[in-house]
Design a protein around this ligand. Structure first.
Ligand code: SF4
Length: 390
């Protein structure tokens, strides 16, 4: 039974036999991937406000201390990213600023924006203008909130973390699993290619991890929209003195994720937080976003490894390393899909909104950069498969 799921209208039935199957899975039961991928991104920490207070998190700042980037600052970060060859603007958030953040709301009001979503939309437009594809992580979203920004994002994401009710999420503004699941479901309904994941070591156990992965799988089976699932260990920091999960726990969890999810869903570990070299034989096929320009604002104590390190991880595993866009190949229209793609294309649901489709096909430096990465060398002709997103 997933806490709060019914309260948020999420109807999920977790099969107990599947949970038992996953609890028995180990690294020897899954196949290593034939290639590893990564995306080149810049972090854009639009705001450090957050309505929640997860006890392991160093990202959020309390009211009075939280920051809000101006659009000029967003433009500067994106320009540096584009100059460095990045393709993705990763908009990091806490969760929506609540009423305690009076200064953030006053600033938004002064700048002429009704809400943080209204402002995020404007920031994403800036990123597109500067030659990057937005991938926003604004936390729990209602349908109208996500719809307000989906039209200017190549993909979006939010971590499920866990379906368990853990003390690390406790407090007056408790992050609820049911609400997270509802956000993932809303993304499916809006045809948004979506990234989610589990956080390992915050008080959940192996059974909770299996249930979390099966919940993600079930939502993906309904909408075909989950492009990747991150397996992320919690790390010690100034707010969290719980332990970091050991390598064996991570190996079993990554293998469990690979066994739980269909092959078209990538399994990612962030190499600045997890010992990726020791996990490649457990089924990971993606190393996440790597920024040559900005630090990882969500985990600032842990520097991103250089691209050379990613190459070394792939070399040690004996597999090629390939750069990808923030939206996975299977969601691209046929004329933009790389020749190397040999998976199952996503069902025809209009995955790319017109603004992103236009950016990918544009006859400008950014368009050429995107298509060079995809191995497609001429501007794509607009097709009508991109009209269902807002
Ligand atoms: S983990 Fe996310 S939701 Fe929780 S406090 Fe940090 S920023 Fe907010």
């Amino acid at each position: 039974m997933i806490p709060d799921a019914a309260e948020y209208g999420v109807d999920l039935a977790i099969d107990e036999r599947e949970v038992e199957r996953l609890l028995a899975v180990g690294p020897a039961d899954v196949e290593p991937a034939e290639a590893l991928t990564f995306a080149r991104n810049v972090f854009v920490p639009l705001t450090t406000a957050c309505r929640y207070t997860c006890t392991y998190c160093t990202y959020f700042d309390p009211p009075g201390e939280a920051t809000l980037l101006s659009l000029e600052e967003v433009r500067e970060i994106c320009r540096r990213g584009a100059d460095a060859g990045c393709t993705e603007a990763l908009f990091t958030f806490g969760d929506d600023p609540d009423d305690r953040y009076t200064e953030i709301h006053a600033t938004l009001d002064r700048w002429g924006y009704d809400s943080i979503h209204d402002y995020l939309r404007a920031a994403c437009v800036v990123a597109i203008e500067e030659g990057l594809l937005p991938h926003a992580n604004p936390g729990d979203q209602r349908r109208e909130e996500m719809a307000a920004v989906a039209g200017v994002n190549a993909s979006m994401g939010t971590m499920l973390e866990t379906t368990a009710d853990v003390p690390a999420h406790a407090g007056p503004r408790r992050k609820k699993p049911g609400r997270r699941l509802r956000t993932i479901e809303i993304a499916g309904g809006l045809a948004v290619p979506f990234t989610t994941g589990i956080l390992v070591g915050i008080g959940e156990g192996p059974r909770d991890r299996a249930e979390s992965l099966l919940a993600i799988r079930e939502l993906h089976e309904r909408y075909d929209h989950v492009q990747e699932v991150i397996v992320q260990p919690v790390r010690e920091n100034e707010r969290w003195d719980g332990h970091t999960p050991d390598v064996e726990t991570l190996r079993r969890t990554v293998a469990m994720a690979r066994a739980a999810l269909p092959p078209e869903v990538s399994v990612q570990v962030p190499p600045n937080l997890a010992p990726a070299r020791e996990l490649v034989d457990c089924g990971i096929d993606d190393l996440g976003g790597v920024s040559p320009v900005t630090e990882d604002h969500v985990n600032p104590d842990y520097a991103w490894p250089a691209l050379r390190e990613l190459e070394a991880i792939a070399e040690a595993a004996g597999v090629p390393l390939r750069e990808r866009l923030p939206v996975y190949d299977r969601y691209l229209p046929a004329d933009l899909r790389p020749a190397r793609f040999d998976g199952r294309p996503a069902s025809e649901r209009g995955w790319l909104p017109p603004a992103i489709r236009e950016a990918l096909g544009a006859d400008d430096d950014a368009g050429e950069r995107y298509r060079r990465l995809l191995g497609v060398d001429r501007p794509a002709v607009q097709s009508d498969d991109s009209t269902s997103r807002p």
